[in-house]
Design a protein around this ligand. Structure first.
Ligand SMILES: [Zn+2]
Length: 470
């Protein structure tokens, strides 16, 4: 009896302490002193203070951001006057949540408090050019970066290294996050600390990253509270080119921002991102790139569909659509390329000067294609060339394969001629053996586009086909 009483007493004391800690934490957050902020900022800048260039870089970006925010603040103050009158959901949410026993979790915005002067949108480091461009295109409507030079070349592995400041456990999480993006997208990574352009993971102040690829070494800072798989995946996604979901140009259709609850130092971080493009992806509350409802104890983001209020701020792992967004950004749909995935993909691996766009008409036309090398060695990867045959809207294309040549193998392992007639995100019909052609050599597309690819990792794969409008 006595033992039970003691256990209850202990549990009671523990929970009392927990509440105290939670309250204490919020209280502490509300009164962060200027000294603390300055100390944090100094610590952050130290990471970039190795040489004069870095100091100038930070100075420039700071100045540009300051200029941008002056204007952004002006734009926002107009919005906030309207919103203030219309919405007062904050109290409602607070009231609804008053009996919740919420475990403290600091999202990226909380962790980075005090770094607002140098970070954009909460955790993004802009390059000089990006910060300049931000000022120039602030008013234009245009979630991913739209400048092709900011993307990594998808046919080469992305070099990265983990600095010695990172502990063993965080290092494992970084590798897990890299494996995740590598296994689910067409991008590859390689550990290499001396490549001219590379990503460095280090234990800095706060969690931050550049957006997209920049030249030279670009750092991803993972401070002491950033060591979660979800947060690391988020920062890597920035370095691959993604901005935040809540800054998409169409976000006002999905969320309301409770400007009353947004500190003025944070207001410009909730601007719509002028450089963001959405690539036709639906708005996802649970994207790994979406911020949570608050970054202090006041709710700032309100889902227009209230059922999704807690979905915002997912730091579990990137979603199916986060993966799809990266794949779209890098045109990873096999056979498609160009900035919007509408062009044939460029030749892959050792393939060169092949592929193209063809127009079908009422007459039979011939397409001959080949790739590979006249060698008995099996290559590590398949070379590939891609052609798009199109016809006027509303028509379909008749394709007659007249010849194929190359290694015949199980699952067309060594090479094939591939024909996509409809769903272009799926693998097409692959032909690599004589019997394949005997079985079926004439095809009709589902719509006015056919994608023809030739692959090889052993000797030369060739095909010949004829095409016309049906
Ligand atoms: Zn972020």
């Amino acid at each position: 009896m006595f033992d039970y009483y003691l256990v209850y007493l202990l549990l009671g004391l523990l929970s009392f302490n927990a509440i105290q800690n939670v309250n204490g934490r919020f209280l502490e957050k509300q009164v962060v002193s200027q000294v603390e902020i300055d100390t944090k900022l100094q610590a952050f800048l130290k990471n970039y203070a190795n040489d004069k260039d870095s100091q100038n870089f930070i100075k420039d970006v700071k100045a540009q951001l300051c200029d941008y925010r002056k204007h952004a603040h002006h734009d926002i103050s107009q919005i906030s006057n309207l919103k203030r009158k219309k919405y007062d959901f904050a109290k409602l949410i607070k009231n609804l949540r008053k009996d919740d026993d919420e475990e403290p979790f600091e999202d990226i915005g909380d962790i980075n408090r005090g770094l607002e002067n140098v970070l954009y949108d909460g955790d993004i480091i802009l390059t000089k050019n990006q910060s300049k461009a931000l000022n120039l295109i602030r008013r234009k409507k245009r979630q991913a970066v739209s400048l092709p030079s900011m993307l990594w070349p998808k046919l080469e592995p992305i070099p990265f290294y983990i600095d010695s400041s990172i502990d063993v456990n965080t290092s494992k999480l970084i590798k897990n996050a890299i494996d995740f993006w590598q296994n689910n997208t067409c991008l590859n990574f390689i550990e290499n600390s001396s490549a001219p352009t590379r990503i460095k993971f280090y234990k800095g102040t706060g969690c931050s990253s550049f957006v997209g690829r920049i030249t030279g070494e670009q750092s991803i800072s993972l401070g002491s509270r950033c060591n979660y798989f979800g947060i690391i995946s988020h920062e890597i996604a920035h370095s691959l080119g993604l901005f935040h979901y809540q800054s998409r140009p169409d976000r006002d259709e999905y969320i309301d921002i409770l400007w009353n609850n947004v500190p003025s130092s944070w207001e410009s971080n909730l601007q719509k991102e002028p450089q963001a493009i959405t690539l036709g992806m639906p708005y996802e509350y649970g994207s790994i790139m979406h911020y949570a409802e608050k970054d202090s104890d006041l709710v700032q983001l309100l889902a227009k569909d209230p059922r999704y209020q807690r979905t915002m701020g997912n730091r579990d792992h990137p979603t199916f659509n986060d993966v799809l967004l990266i794949n779209k950004l890098y045109s990873c749909e096999k056979g498609f390329g160009g900035p919007d995935c509408s062009q044939p993909a460029p030749p892959e691996f050792s393939a060169k000067n092949c592929g193209g766009i063809l127009q079908a008409n009422d007459e039979w036309q011939t397409l001959n294609g080949e790739t590979g090398e006249n060698s008995k060695d099996v290559k590590e990867r398949q070379a590939a060339c891609h052609w798009h045959i199109s016809s006027p809207f509303g028509t379909r294309i008749y394709i007659k394969v007249t010849a194929i040549q190359g290694a015949c193998s199980l699952g067309c392992f060594y090479g094939s001629t591939e024909i996509k007639l409809g769903n272009f995100t799926l693998t097409g019909i692959r032909l690599c053996c004589y019997s394949d052609l005997k079985q079926e050599s004439e095809f009709i597309t589902d719509r006015n586009l056919a994608v023809i690819s030739v692959h090889s990792q052993l000797s030369i794969t060739k095909f010949s086909l004829m095409y016309k409008i049906v």
